[in-house]
Each structure stands twice: as structure tokens, then as C-alpha cells.
Design a protein around this ligand. Structure first.
Ligand SMILES: [Cu+2]
Length: 462
């Protein structure tokens, strides 16, 4: 074999011997595969061709991964895509090494390579998984799936439990995924907003349900950038969890806003009449339309069930005293019409036009992309407060890895546990959490074009 030297031969023998001596991760040989690969999906109506997609196991969405609270999930991720990738397990308070952030918690998984993800699920609820490398392209091509963690005890009594992954695709006239992923107009404005909405990869999602059936609907916004504003028609019920975490008390369901990456668990009763349809409706600028339809059949029961109890709480530590908490400020700047003159990039001050040329149009605390030092370094168990100011003309969905936080209201009242917070233009929001998960964690905008365009920082928990 040309070019294969004795020296290389010795090295490969040595490394094989070294590998054999390493302790093996339990389950590594038996963990099922999760393969990222190309595939095709019927996103558009029958008169269009199928859409060529990238999907986990070749499907959109990828397989629903499901386990009980406290159990492990193990998957050998195999990358059969033409780009390096990784898997981020969104919302899981996970071991840092399993968080799936290339360059921070692992190396990117190159085409043809594998990576073993193996971690414990501390919390019940609705989570999801997606890549964290060129996410703005890979998620737009269809790489995402649900990770459902069932309550160990105290699950609500429902007739149906449905996962509904809401996505927004930008399709060309022949129903193929439009290119233009690095397009500065998207990056500096609202992100890659699409022209075709699907639920579970279906542009006309529909199923039959009995009248007065009780459903738990697990809604996940998997879009790159679209914010969904939802309402139910012919369904009445409650919001019982946000971003996987149970609310202390179920809230009557009215209008529901889901920023990219946000989730809501709702428990609803089918109150539309037999032979009618109930709907989930998405409101857009040009009005509202149904994104999911429920065809109502014979009655499941004669009267509605009684109101559900709250879901059992997850073991998230209570906040310590806020007055003595460790604090940081985060100023969010940039974007179109933002008036940002420039920012630090790679240790150098750059003017906005130089930034745009380099594909960076946003900054946190005057810096595009991550610096070498964390926004905040906290001792394990410390309570942390971060005051975020959105000094831009755009909305942002701020996502913290590895922890759930609460918003501190102006009156001091604490909001629900979340992992992603939608911030309106000009808004200041302060969040607090117990930094109990050691490691380096991202804090970034989940409008994927914004994070790729510079809206990214990190925290260190010692
Ligand atoms: Cu943003």
C-alpha cells in the first residue's frame, strides 16, 4: 500500500492496543443507532414531488425517543450526511459532555463518523433533539425529533398523547428546500421565515378523535425562526407545562405563543360535535389558519372529565436568595435598523460593514460570537441572575443550555421554569437559576440565523 509507512503501522497497532485497554461504556455496543442521513418526505400536497430532506433515520420528524424519568437514553449517533454534525438534547439538564456543542463539549462528528450519546433523564416532560453544527441549515433541512420523558409516577389521565412538532419550511416552486442559507437579509432580520408550515412533517396533519376525549398535546416549535401564535377551536383545556417543566397549576388555554425551540404541553377535551372538526389554529399577519385538524367521531364519554391536576414537579432546585445572587448583564445589539456601529470580533474591533462581510451582524455585550471568557463563572449551586436587554428591532428567543431558569418579574414575582425566553424589541428581562450543573454552557438566541450571526455567549459552572 503506497504511503503506508512502518511508523504509521506501529502507531495503529499501538492505538488499537490502547483502545482495547480502555474501559468500555456500558451499553456502547448495544445502543441503537440514530442515523442522520438524506431522505425524502411528502411535505407538500400530492401534486408536488416529494421533498429531499435531511432527517434522523431519514425521516421528518426523526423517531420519537421515549423513556421514563430517571432512565438513561443511549444512542450511537452516526453521521451519514455530507457535513459534520452533532446532537443537542434540547432542554435536558444533561451531563455537559453529552450536550452536543461542537468545539465546546465535543468535536463535531465528521461525515461517516459516530458518537455515543448516553445520559440520564432527570426530568419528565417534552424535549427534543437537533444538531448544533450549521444548525441554521441542518434544522431547515429537517433534522429534528422529539424526546419524550414520561413521568415516573403521577402521569395525567388522558385518552390520547400526541407529539406535534411544528415546522416552517422555505420551499421552492418544485417543493424542494430553498438554498440561500447564508443570506444576510435573513440573518439581519427575523431569520429564515418559510412559506410552508407542517405538523409532524405533514402540511395537512389530521386525525380522528372521539368527542369528549381528553388529549395531551405536546407542542414543539422546531422552526428556524418563526414564532407561532396558536389557539384551539373545538378543544378546551389547560396549559400544564412549558419547555418540559410542569406549571404549578394548570392555566386555562387561550392564545399560546411559541418561540423557536419552546414547547407547551396542553391537556384538552374535544368539545366540538360529532361529525365536526376541531383545530389548532396558527395566527399570521394575514389571518389565521388550521395547522392541525381533529375529525370528531362518536363520544368517548357522556360528560367532560374533571379538570386535571398539576403534573408532578421535576427536581429542579429552588432559587437561593436573589439579593446575594451572582449577577451579569447581557446587552443584545445589532441587526437591521439596529444602529450598531461595530463590535469586537476575534479580539478585534470591527465596523458594522466589516462584520457583515464576515457574516456577523449581532453582538452580545459588544462582541460578536463567543469570547474566550464566559459571561459569568459561577460556583456549583450558586444562584445566578442575568439581566438581558434587547436593544434591537427584532424579537429573540434566548436559550440557556443545561439549566432551566425563571424570569424575575418587575414586581419580583417569579415566572415558570423555562429553557427558552422570547424577548420583544426593546424589552429587558431578568432571569435567575441555580447553577447546579457543572460545565460550559451556551446562552444564545434560538433564531438560528441570529445565533450564527453572532448572538452567542457562554457560562461556566465550576
Ligand atoms: Cu434572535
Amino acid at each position: 500500500m503506497t504511503g503506508f509507512t512502518r511508523r504509521q503501522f506501529h502507531q495503529s497497532v499501538l492505538s488499537a492496543a490502547a483502545a482495547a485497554a480502555l474501559p468500555r461504556v456500558a451499553g456502547a455496543e448495544t445502543a441503537p443507532l440514530l442515523r442522520a442521513r438524506t431522505g425524502s418526505a411528502r411535505l407538500a400536497p400530492a401534486e408536488y414531488p416529494e421533498t429531499r430532506i435531511w432527517g434522523y433515520d431519514g425521516t421528518v420528524p426523526g423517531p420519537i425517543l421515549r423513556a421514563q424519568q430517571g432512565q438513561r437514553i443511549s444512542r450511537v449517533f452516526q453521521n451519514d450526511l455530507p457535513q459534520a454534525s452533532s446532537v443537542h438534547w434540547h432542554g435536558i439538564r444533561i451531563d455537559n459532555a453529552m450536550d452536543g456543542v461542537p468545539g465546546m463539549t465535543q468535536a463535531a462528528v465528521e461525515p461517516g463518523a459516530t458518537f455515543l450519546y448516553d445520559f440520564v433523564l432527570p426530568d419528565a416532560g417534552t424535549y427534543w433533539y437537533h444538531p448544533h453544527n450549521r444548525t441554521y441549515e441542518q434544522m431547515a433541512r429537517g433534522l429534528y425529533g422529539a424526546l419524550i420523558v414520561d413521568e415516573a409516577t403521577g402521569a395525567p389521565e388522558v385518552d390520547l398523547d400526541e407529539v406535534l412538532l411544528l415546522d416552517d419550511w422555505r420551499l421552492s416552486d418544485d417543493a424542494q428546500i430553498a438554498e440561500g442559507f447564508g443570506n444576510m437579509r435573513d440573518w439581519s432580520h427575523a431569520g429564515r421565515i418559510g412559506n410552508w408550515i407542517t405538523v409532524n412533517g405533514d402540511g395537512g396533519w389530521s386525525r380522528a378523535v372521539p368527542r369528549l376525549a381528553r388529549m395531551r398535546l405536546r407542542l414543539v416549535n422546531t422552526a428556524n425562526a418563526r414564532i407561532f401564535t396558536l389557539a384551539a377551536r373545538g378543544l378546551e383545556g389547560w396549559v400544564v407545562a412549558l419547555d418540559g417543566m410542569p406549571l404549578e397549576a394548570p392555566q386555562p388555554l387561550a392564545e399560546l405563543t411559541l418561540a423557536p425551540a419552546q414547547r407547551a404541553d396542553i391537556i384538552v377535551d374535544v368539545v366540538a360535535g360529532e361529525g365536526e372538526e376541531a383545530f389548532l389554529v396558527s395566527f399570521e399577519r394575514d389571518g389565521g389558519y388550521a395547522i392541525a385538524a381533529f375529525r370528531v367521531t362518536h363520544a368517548a364519554r357522556e360528560t367532560r372529565m374533571t379538570a386535571p391536576d398539576a403534573l408532578p414537579p421535576n427536581p429542579v432546585p429552588a432559587l437561593g436568595p436573589l439579593e446575594s445572587a451572582r449577577r451579569a448583564d447581557l446587552l443584545m445589539e445589532g441587526g437591521a435598523m439596529g444602529g450598531m456601529a461595530g463590535a469586537m470580533m476575534g479580539g478585534q474591533m470591527m465596523e458594522m460593514r466589516e462584520m457583515v462581510a464576515a457574516g456577523k451582524v449581532w453582538a452580545f455585550n459588544g462582541m460578536a460570537d463567543m469570547g474566550d471568557t464566559p459571561l459569568i463563572e459561577a460556583n456549583r449551586g450558586e444562584t445566578v441572575r442575568i439581566a438581558m436587554t434587547n436593544d434591537t428591532r427584532w424579537q429573540h428567543g434566548m436559550h440557556l443550555h443545561g439549566h432551566h431558569f425563571r424570569q424575575i418579574g418587575r414586581d419580583g414575582a417569579l415566572g415558570p421554569l423555562r429553557d427558552t425566553l422570547l424577548m420583544n424589541r426593546g424589552e429587558t428581562a431578568e432571569i435567575a437559576f441555580v447553577a447546579d450543573n457543572p460545565g460550559d454552557w451556551l446562552l444564545h438566541c434560538h433564531m438560528l440565523e441570529h445565533s450564527a450571526g453572532g448572538m452567542m455567549t457562554w457560562l461556566r459552572v465550576l
